[in-house]
Write a protein that binds this ligand. Structure first.
Ligand code: ZN
Length: 455
């Protein structure tokens, strides 16, 4: 069996791994590259092999950097099945439709404004392409072994990262490789922690937080910063990934309000995608199941009593006029696009406001610039001064930290021949690989982009 690292090698985004056994080719994850312009440009490159030859694509979870390139793959000729869990299918449909819509809007905006490298400006994929990809979804449950070709099978196990997320085991020709996908934070308030990996000849592990450990989730600093901002009449703006992060934030905000640790301020969720994803979470919580933590029976876990849903553009725009202390949760999570950008433009210049960054901020994004202390950001073609307070809160991360990644690996029934650290900035991946080498005594490496290895 051979594995080729087509993406997420030495970088956090663009997860794509080609598995080959004899004539059979299987793609594990089909992610979009995000962040620096150089990386995003790679989304326009043709797929290195003919996609029509792929037996199937297996997707670990519904984040764009794992599923977002599927419509391009389909446009280039892929017609096989996309294997994913039922919840990844539900969330993935929302995510791909939203991504297509955003790109159509951006292309249209660029056309009108007259700036683009493409003439006329093109979306990476449009809504029709997203629908074609969604039509290929073939849901399989966690824990069910599924044959993808004669002698090649896959099994998905709980990853605890977002709803539906899975680790992927591929067995072929008497060998096996496990892909961690993204591994969850064991403190996730709604999801149960990742299942340990099975025995495997190779393990491909993510390393987003491979070089650091997260603070304990007591939310003391977060509660204090919110209380202070609301007390001085400010607005708290939280750019948040629509899928999962908004659900986690609302759960935590609700318990902080119920326990009196923050004031009962109005909360606006300004993202149709986040609202749609919340419905998928509500349904999963109601149905229970092995992915979910049992919840106390105290009604809707997201309802603070002060929650407002902004679905239309007019409702979103009306928020700009709000002078009341409130909390606005809006996508995208790294402030690269979406409604949060116009809130940033409106709120960043006022020192009373707080911009709370609650997710990993990829290099090259507006969110990362803010976190790194930028005094000025650019939004919709204009420069905006940043006078608001900016704080990062790693405790909301839905990724395992370095110690947790090592603990997950150490739970494998036997050492693999090789452990590959992917899905991290180079330093984080190298740091994790050297800890795996020193603390577990395993052969651990950081693969190069495009590298092909024999398992
Ligand atoms: Zn993810």
């Amino acid at each position: 069996m051979y594995v080729t690292f087509l993406g997420a090698a030495g970088t956090v985004t663009g997860s794509r791994f080609l598995v080959e056994q004899g004539e059979t080719q299987l793609l594990v994850d089909c992610g979009m590259f995000q962040g620096e312009r150089e990386l995003r440009r790679r989304n326009w490159d043709a797929f290195p092999i003919a996609p029509s030859g792929l037996a199937a694509v297996v997707v670990s979870h519904a984040h764009l950097d794992h599923i977002g390139w599927l419509p391009r793959l389909v446009a280039e000729g892929f017609t096989g099945s996309v294997l994913l869990t039922p919840d990844t299918g539900r969330l993935g449909s929302i995510v791909l439709r939203d991504a297509a819509h955003l790109q159509e809007e951006d292309a249209e905006y660029a056309r009108r404004a007259g700036y683009s490298k493409h003439r006329p400006p093109l979306p990476l994929f449009d809504s029709a392409a997203a629908e074609k990809a969604i039509a290929l979804f073939r849901p399989i449950d966690h824990g069910r072994r599924t044959q993808v070709a004669p002698g090649v099978d896959v099994m998905l196990r709980r990853a605890g990262h977002i709803l539906g997320s899975a680790t992927i085991e591929v067995r072929a020709g008497g060998r096996s490789v496990v892909f961690s996908g993204d591994l969850g934070n064991p403190d996730h308030p709604l999801l149960r922690p990742p299942e340990p990996p099975p025995a495997a000849d190779a393990i491909v592990v993510e390393s987003t937080y491979g070089d650091r450990d997260r603070p304990p989730r007591d939310l003391g600093d977060f509660a204090a910063a919110l209380t202070k901002t609301l007390g001085r009449g400010g607005v708290v703006l939280i750019p948040a990934f629509a899928v999962d992060r908004t659900a986690v934030l609302l759960t935590e905000l609700r318990s902080l309000m119920l326990s009196g640790r923050i004031p009962n301020a109005p909360i606006y969720v300004d993202s149709p995608m986040a609202l749609a994803a919340l419905d998928v979470y509500r349904r999963a919580l109601t149905n229970g199941g092995p992915q979910m933590r049992p919840q106390p029976a105290t009604g809707d876990p997201f309802e603070t009593g002060t929650l407002h849903a902004c679905r239309t553009v007019d409702e979103s725009k009306a928020l700009n006029e709000t002078r009341m202390p409130c909390i606005i949760i809006s996508a995208s999570g790294m402030a690269t696009g979406g409604r949060v950008v116009h809130h940033l433009a409106g709120l960043a210049p006022d020192p009373r406001n707080l911009i709370a960054l609650v997710g990993f901020q990829v290099a090259g994004t507006r969110g990362r610039a803010l976190l790194d202390g930028a005094h000025v950001i650019k939004a919709h073609g204009r420069y905006i001064p940043v006078r608001a307070q900016v704080e990062g809160f790693d405790e909301f991360s839905c990724h395992a930290d370095a110690d947790e990644l090592l603990a997950w690996l150490a739970a494998a029934p036997r050492p693999p021949q090789t452990c590959f650290a992917v899905h991290g900035e180079v330093h984080a991946a190298q740091e994790l690989a050297s800890r795996v080498d020193q603390e577990l005594g395993w052969c651990a490496v950081v693969p190069r982009p495009g590298e092909r290895v024999r398992i």
